[in-house]
Design a protein around this ligand. Structure first.
Ligand code: FAD
Ligand code: SF4
Length: 328
């Protein structure tokens, strides 16, 4: 491993002062499960590693407008076990509790989860200098693409690896970013970037900024459903999953946010599904029609057509769960 300086700031301001202006030269270290693995695999070679766990907020607080503010250094296990989060934002708690294994949830943080890098096999192997690593080829196009994107891909076909990002987008959360010029607020839905706009990174975070908080708006009386599909009930990322947040007027859906995970390079908002839900009651037929709409634009690769049906099922079951209708 390349030698690096290790810094241990104790305040947000001090941490920001240690960051650089070029991606890759300085790396914030949270739980380290992604960063340290990439360093050991020669994929990340920072000059400075900045431990942010003593500098950033580890707590959850209430906001004046009835929402909640989650510190980026909070451990995933603490989010998963937070009673008020589970009661008010059940999809966030469900997504957190499904991440990896107990050990991974004990070590991983909210900020690290949102900013973890892609799991594409070619990205993770130093031998493959693919497009995303400055090369000229996306090896997944003619290679192993079982777990790659079916929506929004090109020229890179990663899927975003964060389970927490999907409910954060569905609940219309805001991310607080802090940098040398102060703070800026970015909607979760605007934070993540498609490879067609930005190949080098997966979001709008500048190299000299940190993600410090996730701010959830008051949930009101929204109905929420979350459904994940995995190969096995053990440590792995989902094949496809969905979070649905619906506002109701009586038993009619007045507005909906439908967001899919593990299908696209960003948490994928299915606006056609949202439109299909508005004005309807939550029934098996409504859920099926919305799920069909969500996947209508899917463009599977040579080996991942199976994901289209998996994602369709995840959307349908998330809607049914939101309606309190039984799903297996
Ligand atoms: C076997 C396995 C299974 C997993 N399964 C899942 C899963 O199902 N779902 C899922 O979502 N995740 C999964 N993960 C990922 C895990 O949940 C961790 O969240 C993730 O690896 C990174 O969290 P961390 O705190 O360890 O981050 P780190 O490794 O410390 O950081 C990750 C990246 O984010 C940057 N970073 C960290 N904090 C900040 C910040 N505050 N601001 C800006 N940048 C920051 C770092 O520089 C680094 O680039 C799995 C991991 C493993 C090893
Ligand atoms: S999908 Fe992206 S990360 Fe994977 S090989 Fe293609 S360019 Fe590289």
């Amino acid at each position: 491993m390349k030698p690096f300086a290790y810094l241990n700031p104790t305040s947000e301001k001090e941490a920001i002062g240690t960051l650089g202006t070029e991606h890759g030269t300085v790396a914030p270290l949270a739980g380290g499960q992604d960063l340290l693995a990439r360093m050991k695999d020669y994929l990340a070679q920072p000059d400075r590693v900045v431990n942010v766990k003593n500098a950033l907020d580890t707590t959850i607080t209430s906001t004046p407008d009835g929402g909640m503010k989650i510190g980026a250094a909070m451990r995933i296990v603490d989010l998963a076990e937070h009673a008020e989060v589970a009661q008010r934002y059940p999809a966030v708690a469900l997504a957190a509790v499904e991440v990896g294994t107990p050990q991974i949830r004990n070590q991983g943080t909210v900020g690290g989860n949102i900013n973890q890098r892609p799991r594409c096999w070619y990205f993770r192997n130093e031998e493959f200098v693919c497009l995303k690593k400055g090369g000229s080829v996306c090896f997944s196009v003619s290679g192993e693409n079982q777990f790659n994107a079916i929506l929004g891909g090109g020229p890179s076909f990663i899927v975003h690896p964060s389970s927490l990002a999907v409910p954060f987008v569905a609940y219309n959360a805001t991310f607080r970013l802090a940098g040398p010029k102060g703070e800026r607020m970015v909607r979760a839905g605007d934070y993540f970037t498609l490879p067609s706009k930005n190949l080098q990174t997966e979001n709008v975070l500048a190299p000299n900024e940190l993600l410090t908080h996730v701010i959830l708006p008051a949930p009101g009386a929204a109905k929420t459903g979350h459904y994940e599909v995995r190969y096995k009930a053990s440590h792995d990322w989902p094949i496809a999953f969905a979070t649905v947040v619906m506002s109701m007027n009586g038993d009619t859906i007045s507005s909906a946010r439908v967001v899919m995970g593990a299908v696209a390079p960003i948490p994928w908002r299915a606006e056609a599904a949202e439109a299909a839900l508005v004005g309807k009651k939550i029934t098996e037929e409504t859920a099926a029609a919305a799920a069909d709409a969500a996947l209508k634009g899917a463009r599977p690769m040579s080996r991942n057509a199976y994901k289209v049906q998996v994602a369709r099922t995840a959307v349908k079951r998330a809607i049914l769960r939101a309606g309190g209708l039984a799903t297996v």
